[in-house]
Design a protein around this ligand. Structure first.
Ligand SMILES: Cc1cc2nc3c(=O)[nH]c(=O)nc-3n(C[C@H](O)[C@H](O)[C@H](O)COP(=O)(O)OP(=O)(O)OC[C@H]3O[C@@H](n4cnc5c(N)ncnc54)[C@H](O)[C@@H]3O)c2cc1C
Length: 440
């Protein structure tokens, strides 16, 4: 019988392990993962593929993490069933692990749509270190690549491939890249940077068929778009997005919408079973609803909250926000919250300098910042993000927010004092579970 059982061995699991061990040093704790590696930084697999990080650099926690935290690991082992009656998780090899409290930190799986020509050698997804290793092994035979999907994962693999000298074409179904985090103007600035890096972006297009090579149907040789155009390539990377990996909840009363439904304690609808990270639908403090926000810091925070509650310390998830900070093709971007308002009740402030690749946009509602996009110059984005997180009424100084010289000094003196005395913590929220180490 394991006191705490965690399925998944990524950032959500780490948040939970660290929180549990703050409270309970003795209770047995086990982590199961079908990946063979100790916990690594998934967002950095692009650096690994680009040859900028070694396997050792990828580790998210130092070697010895599991021993220090007294965690038994089952790595390279897949969980296939949760038996609620006997409170057991069955592994693929037949072993059953009985638990008292269970955390599903199973993340997401890449979505691969049906296309003609699948199953060929040279077709990859890009969500695991194993995927990065697979692509890296194929690089010596790779001159040209087609990346299907111009979202975050598509940009991440494209950046790495370009650094390795591969000629990349990105095929994106929607009208512009990064369309889940950028509006059209921000995306056009980004596409300028992509073009400079030699990347061809085919927006508003889709891949209908993956072709084989002349004389070798089993290996990728190109793709055919819905328009009939053919593009030659040596590999195809399918990077359309990820879907929550909810399979262990199916056939149980654990409620699943898009992701596993959790309350503010990260508890599912079944007692003693929790979920966090990319698999969970947790509270979004900007939208005011529960939804899947598949980003690293939210998974860590959700894991911590789940861990505290599993160990008996009542803790509430303060809410997450969709926040992405990236730097691909030398262009820094920060996007957070509701970057594209649904109606005219929102105030939108923008400044665009496409030539110099600079864009700023703020979305305000009732005096509060609810969304932002910064492209090019992002050094003050953190201050604005803080105002958004802390729900500070910016009405009295909103016109300074986009000024080139906006900074701490632009904030009202009383607010600056409050920020200083709160010692870096969210003044509105007091001491918080945010105190862990979530950095990628
Ligand atoms: C290429 C890429 C770039 C990214 N860049 C960023 C970024 O810049 N910033 C950011 O905030 N986020 C980024 N993300 C997203 C971020 O990595 C995720 O939000 C985060 O990893 C989610 O953590 P998690 O703990 O929920 O699950 P995951 O990291 O998805 O891990 C879940 C683990 O559980 C295992 N598992 C699942 N089911 C089972 C089972 N049945 N049995 C055994 N094991 C199982 C999986 O194999 C996996 O190892 C990126 C993701 C990718 C793929």
């Amino acid at each position: 019988m394991v006191r705490y059982l965690i399925i998944g061995n990524s950032v959500g699991a780490v948040g939970a392990v660290e929180a549990i061990r703050e409270i309970d040093h003795q209770g047995s704790l086990a982590v199961v993962s079908d990946e063979p590696y100790p916990v690594y930084s998934r967002p950095r697999i692009s650096e690994f593929l680009a040859g900028k990080s070694t396997m050792a650099d990828m580790l998210y926690r130092p070697e010895g993490f599991y021993q220090t935290h007294n965690v038994q690991t089952y790595l390279g082992r897949k969980a296939v069933k949760v038996e609620l009656g006997s409170k057991e998780v069955r592994l693929e090899d037949g072993e059953a692990l009985a638990f008292e409290d269970l955390l599903l930190a199973t993340g997401g799986v890449p979505f691969v749509p049906k296309m003609d020509g699948q199953g060929k050698e040279g077709i990859f997804t890009f969500t695991t270190l194993g995927d990065a290793e697979g692509i890296a092994r194929r690089l010596p035979q790779t001159r040209r690549a087609v990346v299907i999907g111009g979202g975050l994962i598509g940009m991440s693999v494209t950046d790495a491939l370009v650094k390795k000298g591969v000629e990349v074409t990105v095929v994106e179904l929607k009208d512009w890249v990064l369309n889940t985090i950028l509006d059209q103007d921000a995306a056009l600035v980004t596409q300028d940077a992509l073009a400079d890096a030699g990347v061809r972006v085919m927006a508003g297009q889709s891949v209908q068929k993956i072709l084989g090579r002349a004389g070798d149907e089993t290996t990728v040789g190109g793709v055919v778009l819905a328009t009939g155009e053919e593009i030659s390539c040596d590999i195809v990377v399918v990077a359309i997005g990820i879907v929550p990996r909810t399979e262990l909840a199916s056939g149980t009363p654990i409620q699943v919408n898009r992701g596993i439904v959790v309350d503010r304690r990260m508890a599912t609808t079944v007692p003693e079973i929790y979920a966090c990270g990319d698999v969970a639908e947790a509270f979004d403090f900007i939208y005011g609803i529960n939804r899947v926000i598949p980003i690293w810091p939210n998974a860590y925070l959700g894991g911590r909250v789940a861990g505290y509650n599993m160990a008996g310390m009542e803790t509430e998830y303060p809410g997450g926000v969709a926040m992405n900070s990236l730097k691909y093709f030398g262009l820094p971007i920060v996007s957070a919250g509701l970057y594209d308002p649904p109606d005219s009740s929102y105030r939108v402030m923008r400044s665009l300098d496409r030539k110099n690749r600079l864009y700023k946009k703020l979305v305000l509602k009732d005096g509060l910042v609810v969304g932002m996009v910064f492209v090019g110059a992002i050094d003050r984005a953190g201050i604005v993000l803080g105002l958004m997180r802390d729900k500070i009424d910016v009405s009295s100084f909103q016109d300074t927010l986009l000024a080139p010289d906006f900074g701490w000094a632009s904030l009202p003196a009383a607010l600056r004092r409050e920020k200083l005395t709160s010692n870096g913590r969210s003044p509105s929220r007091g001491p918080s579970v945010l105190s862990g180490r979530a950095r990628v």
